[in-house]
Write a protein that binds this ligand. Structure first.
Ligand code: FAD
Length: 476
């Protein structure tokens, strides 16, 4: 019998698991995919929002500001690749300047600090590639960028080290509520008995909520297409650049990934199909038009990759509540943007809801932290990289040339749980460079096969159904 079963291993489920691992509780994190972070949390802009563009008095406004603060605090202890680069919301006319002052006031009312409306001259001096038509901007220095999946792995890794059981490839198919004595989850890997359930199932939170008889939740996917530019344009902008937002969206922006690639997008339009991750010509044209208005020198020929993500929306705000009709069941749904930023704050909020719902929360006196940090050659000063290479021959063996990922890094990623090519890529960047893995895929598959003791035919890109090799004829 678990105390708490968390359904869904995206950033929200991982943050709830991380928070609950601070208490003497028996917790399971249950994820249907082969690895964590294979849902919405793998496909987003990776921005740690400062809290400038949320409706005042909304839950997401409060949790975004706290989440931003928590991520900055955790960055050192969890070894997060967070970079505080600051954002500019750019105005092109007097009406938009008036909007900037309104955004500033609303954000300050939510406790966002350091905001400043900067002039045309300031923009010329500090953001040289920005359009000369820009007349002013709202500067929010606490905005940052982070690798979304590495945040999930850092949170879930710490949770696991502190006793949370992570059960992947385990889809919850139905839930029986046993009056007064908890829940039985029927899964693809047997039954799970638990006193409390936290539903963090992202796009499928409405389906999971329906399993306990609640039918008042509907998740609508809102698609966002994003386009990644070559690293040779890494100095395109210094800050994250946003247009003035609309009621539906923060707008199409110019950002960069924590690995240094500029990125433009996302679009925002409603669709029906929760599995539709296609990108479109119209999306590309729209993204280019808006991004080039901000930075005219963006060239379509610089685009090296693209993807789409689906925001799981349930109205305008997050829906996070203990369901009184089903005591012990907490819904964490509609976690659209800024869900990545807010996740650590959502973890704390859910812990508080569980305590209010009667779960005894005894803080642990001792916590374990990961001793071995990942060795990213590309992120190190040259002298340190030379020393590491001298000390460990596996660091000298480069598996992914585009991103300079060594054999040591790939093995480390597998040691902490990667079982697929995407799992290795998300943790190390191997395969994420300009050649899209043409050079390193076979090598990584062989390493995965050897280290996880599975035949090469079972090694997949992102889990069952995405295997690459159909037959192994190496012995013939
Ligand atoms: C294009 C785009 C850009 C964005 N940009 C930003 C940004 O820059 N900053 C920001 O703060 N936020 C951003 N967001 C929002 C952010 O990505 C989401 O809020 C966040 O990732 C949601 O995380 P989640 O854990 O709720 O969902 P998910 O990551 O989808 O996790 C839910 C998990 O539940 C699992 N699951 C579902 N059903 C079951 C079941 N029956 N049994 C077991 N497991 C199940 C799924 O497989 C999935 O892994 C963006 C979103 C999009 C789409």
């Amino acid at each position: 019998m678990y105390d708490v079963a968390i359904i869904g291993g995206g950033v929200v489920g991982a943050a709830v698991a991380y928070e609950l691992s601070h208490y003497s509780l028996h917790v399971a994190l249950v994820e249907r995919e082969e690895e964590l972070s294979f849902g919405v949390s793998k496909a987003n802009s990776g921005i740690v929002h400062p809290g400038t563009q949320n409706p005042p008095d909304s839950l997401k406004a409060r949790l975004c500001v706290l989440g931003n603060r928590l991520i900055r605090e955790m960055a050192g202890t969890l070894d997060l690749d967070f970079k505080e680069v600051g954002e500019l919301i750019v105005a092109f006319n007097e009406t938009e300047i008036a909007h900037l002052w309104q955004l500033k006031q609303e954000a300050e009312d939510c406790d966002v600090s350091g905001l400043e409306v900067v002039s045309r001259q300031w923009l010329r001096d500090n953001e040289p590639n920005l359009s000369p038509d820009a007349v002013a901007a709202l500067l929010a220095p606490t905005a940052g960028i982070i690798s979304p999946y590495r945040l999930v792995y850092a949170l879930s890794g710490e949770a696991e080290l502190n006793g949370v059981e992570v059960r992947t490839s385990t889809r919850v198919d139905s839930i029986i509520c046993q009056e007064g004595s908890g829940f039985v989850l029927s899964t693809t890997h047997g039954e799970i008995c638990t006193r409390y359930v936290v539903n963090c199932a992202g796009l499928y939170a409405d389906v999971v909520s329906g399993m306990v008889g609640l039918d008042d939740l509907r998740i609508s996917p809102r698609k966002g297409e994003e386009y990644i530019l070559d690293k040779k344009r890494r100095y395109l902008t210094r800050h994250l650049l946003f247009p003035v937002p609309t009621p539906d969206s923060k707008g199409i922006l110019v950002t960069r990934t924590s690995d240094g690639n500029p990125m433009i997008g996302p679009t925002a339009y409603e669709i029906e199909d929760k599995e539709d991750l296609s990108t479109t010509d119209e999306g590309l044209c729209q993204v280019l038009r808006v991004a080039q208005r901000l930075v005219p020198s963006i060239d379509p020929a610089d685009i090296i990759a693209y993807f789409a993500g689906l925001r799981p929306t349930a109205g305008d705000d997050f829906v996070i509540r203990h369901e009184k009709k089903v005591p012990g069941f907490v819904n964490v749904a509609g976690i659209q943007s800024p869900g990545l930023t807010a996740a650590p704050a959502i973890g704390k909020y859910v812990a508080w809801l569980l305590e209010c719902a009667g779960l005894g929360m005894r803080p642990k006196t001792q916590r374990h932290g990961r001793k071995q940090r990942a060795v990213h050659l590309l992120a190190m000063p040259l002298e340190d990289a030379k020393r590491v290479v001298r000390e460990d021959p596996e660091c000298a063996e480069i598996v992914c040339r585009c991103e300079t990922v060594s054999l040591r890094e790939v093995k480390q990623a597998i040691a902490v749980g990667a079982t697929t090519l995407d799992g290795v890529k998300f943790r190390t960047r191997a395969g994420a460079g300009r050649c899209h893995g043409s050079f390193c895929t076979c090598r990584i598959m062989r390493i995965l096969s050897e280290k996880t003791d599975r035949p090469i035919t079972s090694i997949s890109k992102r889990g069952k159904g995405s295997e690459i090799v159909v037959a192994d004829r190496s012995d013939e």
